[in-house]
Design a protein around this ligand. Sequence first.
Ligand code: PMP
Length: 441
Amino acid sequence: GPEGILLRQARRESSARTYARSLPIVPVRAKGMTVEGADGRRYLDCLSGAGTLALGHNHPVVLEAIRGVLDSGAPLHVLDLATPVKDRFVEALFETLPPEFARDARIQFCGPAGTDGVEAALKLVRTATGRRGMLAFAGAYHGMTAGALAVSGDTAIREAIGPGADEVTRLPYPHAYRCPFGTGGGESARLAARYAETLLDDPSGGVAAPAAMILEVVQGEGGVIPAPDTWLREMRRITDERGIPMIVDEVQTGLGRTGAFWAIEHSGIVPDVMVISKAVGGSLPLAVVVYRGDLDRWWPGAHAGTFRGNQLAMAAGTATIGFIRENRLDEEAARLGARLTAGLRQLMAAEPAVGDVRGRGLMIGVEIVDPDAPPGPDGSRPPAPELAAAVRAEALERGLVIELGGRHGTVVRLLPPLTMTEAQADAVLDRLCEAVPAAVA
Ligand code: PMP
């Protein structure tokens, strides 16, 4: 039974287990936004495989695409050989990119995880520029392999890799609620941009000409922090003026999640390198890096990897891209995100334990704070990790799967499928509006 499975896996699996600790459910069936546990209980899934399931679980077009490959007798594993399945995937993907970028862009298939896409991007810009340093951001998350960790923010998880992080200069990310400069929110973006520019131009600022800047348009794991468009355009100007390639990590924000097919579209910035994974494999493992053609100074085999040719993932990804575009699910994400956010703002007004509601499209963060502590100089209240964990538990009790993120694990992250119905969005709201006061009580 489910209890035995939970116990055995807790005993056999490593202490690095994450979700399995906080979400003691044993999923056996799933459809759309609904997951059914072995005990027969049903849950609304706002975790969506950490944002992977753009179309929800087991979407018919995804299943059909996978079955199509299986039934055709095509090889499932072909390293990086040319196939019709790959051809369709690349063409579909390139059609979604900004035209001026897609025109002479190149694609590299990577090992099947976002973190390997990031590794490829970092290696590419170092090879192309002959420089080593990286500009990254406080609060960033780019994956768990050594190079990706070096450009991530979390000092505790970065410990494990040693000196690789030395070549990375971390800049403040424009956080409106917890402004890195301690002022009110509105100033955060302007000050963060000025700080970056001042540091880069200071001959004694300690930043050698970097190989690239790497950023998320909305920091996900860092606590669902959307960067203002003005700041993104400033970062593009600052890097352009200094000949620094910009890597945008769209691993979590891509495929309609933020209310545009790519999160870069909101500000109109065009990156030099884009890292893409999660939803692009239609729920199967796939990661790619797409980049400006003139950066393509790699030698054959410069970024190899056995599992770069997952045909099922490419077919599922092609179907996912097509379905999102045909049904304007990016616009749906914007509409449903606005609906959820409006309801959550009402909850915030009624409940001092909700310090902030923020995000873009269907990438929404609800920050749980200490309702009894006085606000600090930037107006924010201290994070409340135990209260946030209690909110997650109360939500699960009410049939809602949510996860926590952010620097202190106090940000409820909502990443529902883009196919969520209005009724499901309202059910998410109702359950959260019960879970928060229940956790506080
Ligand atoms: N970049 C971003 C922005 C991410 O959110 C993640 C995963 N949460 C990664 C990279 C790493 O992806 P993966 O877990 O597939 O290695």
